[in-house]
Structure formats: C-alpha cells, structure tokens
Write a protein that binds this ligand. Structure first.
Ligand code: NAP
Length: 294
C-alpha cells in the first residue's frame, strides 16, 4: 500500500510532463491539473495531444493545461521543444519550471535506430530526458524548489551496463535495452544530485507494474503477447500518478536513503544504480551523444 496521503497543493507550480497522452503520463497530467498546477504536456502526436487536452479540460473545466508536440526520438525536436516551452512561458509571464517529469518511455522488441543514429529505446528513455533536463536547467533553477522526476522501473535491477555500447547494442535484446535505459534513469538522477546543490533535486521513480499498453506499442509478436497477460496484474495508472503528484509537490523530499522511490516510499536501487564511476561515465557518454557540454 502506498503512502501518498499528504495533501499536495500545486497551485502556482508549472509542470512539464513528457509522455502525457496515455498511461501513467496522462493520469499524472489529470492529477496535476486537478490540483491546480499549470501543466505543459508533451506528446508525439498532434491528434493524441488534442484529445488528451480536451479530455482533461472536460473533466476539470478550470484546468490550466497546454500540450506541445515533440518526437523525443529526435534530438532536434527535444531542443525545439525546450524553445517552445520558453516561448509558451514568456506568453504567460512565467519565468520558471518547478517540475520536469521525464515520463515518456518505450519498449521495442526489434531494434530501431533514430535519425541521430542511436538505438531508439536508449534515445527516448534516457537521452531525451538527459537533453531536455539540460535544456530546461535555467528554468528549473529559477524555481524555488526545482525538481526532475524521471520514471524508471524495477526492471533496472540485475542489469549490466557497458556505457560505450549503449547507443548501438549488439546483439539487440528488447528487454535488455529497456532494462539498461531504466538503469540509466537512476544513474542520471544520482549523478545530477552529485553535480548540483539541492536547489534542483532529481528523483527516479519505480511506478510498479502498471496496466498500460507500453510493450504492445513496440511489438506485434511475443512481447505483445507476454505483456497483454502481464499487465492484467498491473495497478491502475492512477496509483503512480498519485506518487508523481506527491513527489512533485511535497515540500521536502526525503533523500536520506538516496534518490530512488518506489511510488511514495524511498527505496534503495540496485548496486549498479549507485555506482559513482558508472554514473560519471554515463554522464560523459550522454554529453558526447547529445553534443552538449554539461
Ligand atoms: N507500465 C508499467 O508497468 C511500467 C513499469 C515501470 C516503468 N514504467 C515507465 O513508465 C513510463 C510511462 O509508461 P506507460 O506504462 O504509462 O506507457 P504508455 O502508456 O505507452 O505511455 C508512454 C508515453 O510516452 C509517449 N512516447 C513514447 N515515445 C515517445 C516519443 N518518441 N516522443 C514523445 N513521446 C513518446 C507515449 O506517446 P503515445 O501516446 O503517442 O504512445 C505515451 O504518452 C515509461 O517511462 C515506462 O518505462 C512503466
């Protein structure tokens, strides 16, 4: 049973949330909007963006919500997204992003490569979060209490990581690529907090097993079949949305155990996830692959 019972008020908070068109992201967008935040949802389909925005507006007529288009598999589009967020905020005379939720994620049974030449699971699940966090740093630092919440997974456990082969793994195994990307989410969060003072805090979250379509979108074969059986045991996306809402709004996040949460409770991630040298190497490699100096 998760313990997110503390009342969270998000009025005055501006929240950017990727993957806001379905599953955990859509449930979180609704939760944020119902709690008074200004929500900027990000999705890769104009049509699904419109539908999601409309659905939220219908359910919560007072909601303040915008959606922006970006295919996070493209680094150009991640950078363009950050520019569009800046423009949108200027229009509203808002000068800070309080919370960035890196939630968008994929599972691909067969290897696909982005136009930047990078294996797509790693590109979307880790590099896009890394790059977007970098691009939004000035806005996050302008907040009194900036937060970066990255949706990771229990799947990060028992996963070896060869940093130099992440962008082009061979042989490709979908589950391993997914596990490595989720381990990268935690390594990123730990390394971020080592590099920055606590004005902006990064937290990685395991949402548990959740009943969404994630693995069916990237497979029409065995993974789809397995996932359709497995998701039946999953929780409603409203459960992790509650946890993301808590981490976004709670005044002081308890980081005495580290920067990993299983829903609203702090948890110790795997040994690999806590390795400083591995996190540093991943950070360097992520800079090389996104052509940034961070
Ligand atoms: N479900 C679980 O049991 C579970 C467990 C642990 C962790 N997670 C993590 O939870 C997060 C959310 O997953 P979910 O289960 O809610 O799955 P989901 O319903 O498929 O949601 C994924 C979201 O990411 C978006 N997305 C995918 N690729 C994108 C791209 N290239 N550019 C922009 N947006 C993109 C999807 O857009 P579309 O609507 O267009 O597809 C969707 O909004 C993921 O990071 C996943 O790894 C899930």
């Amino acid at each position: 049973m998760i313990c997110c019972k503390q009342e969270i008020v998000l009025t005055e908070k501006t929240i950017v949330l990727t993957g806001a068109t379905s599953g955990i992201g859509f449930a979180s967008a609704k939760k944020f909007a119902s709690n008074g935040a200004y929500v900027i949802g990000v999705g890769r389909s104009e049509m699904r963006n419109q539908n999601a925005q409309q659905a939220i507006q219908n359910e919560f007529p007072m909601a303040h919500v915008d959606y922006l288009f970006a295919d996070l598999a493209s680094q150009d589009q991640v950078k363009k997204l950050a520019e569009n967020i800046n423009v949108l905020l200027q229009g509203h005379e808002i000068n800070a992003v309080d919370v960035l939720v890196n939630n968008a994620g994929i599972y691909l049974e067969k290897k696909q490569t982005t136009k930047d030449g990078i294996e797509q699971t790693f590109a979307v699940n880790h590099l896009a979060s890394f790059l977007l966090s970098h691009e939004l740093m000035p806005l996050l630092q302008a907040s009194n209490q900036g937060r970066i919440i990255t949706v990771s997974s229990y799947a990060h456990r028992n996963t070896p990581l060869m940093v130099n082969r992440l962008d082009n793994p061979w042989p490709y195994i979908g589950l391993l690529a997914y596990k490595r990307s989720k381990l990268s989410n935690i390594l990123f969060s730990y390394e971020f907090n080592r590099r920055y003072d606590n004005k902006v805090t990064a937290i990685a979250l395991d949402p548990g097993l959740v009943d969404t379509s994630i693995a069916s979108k990237g497979s029409d074969g065995i993974s789809d079949w397995v996932w359709r059986l497995r998701r039946k045991d999953g929780e409603s996306p409203d459960i992790p949305a509650e946890a993301i809402n808590y981490l976004a709004g709670v005044e002081n996040v308890n980081t005495s155990h580290g920067y990993f949460y299983r829903n609203c409770e702090p948890e110790i991630p795997s040994i690999n996830a806590r390795k400083k040298d591995l996190a540093e190497k991943l950070w360097q490699r992520s800079c090389e692959l996104t052509n940034i100096n961070w």
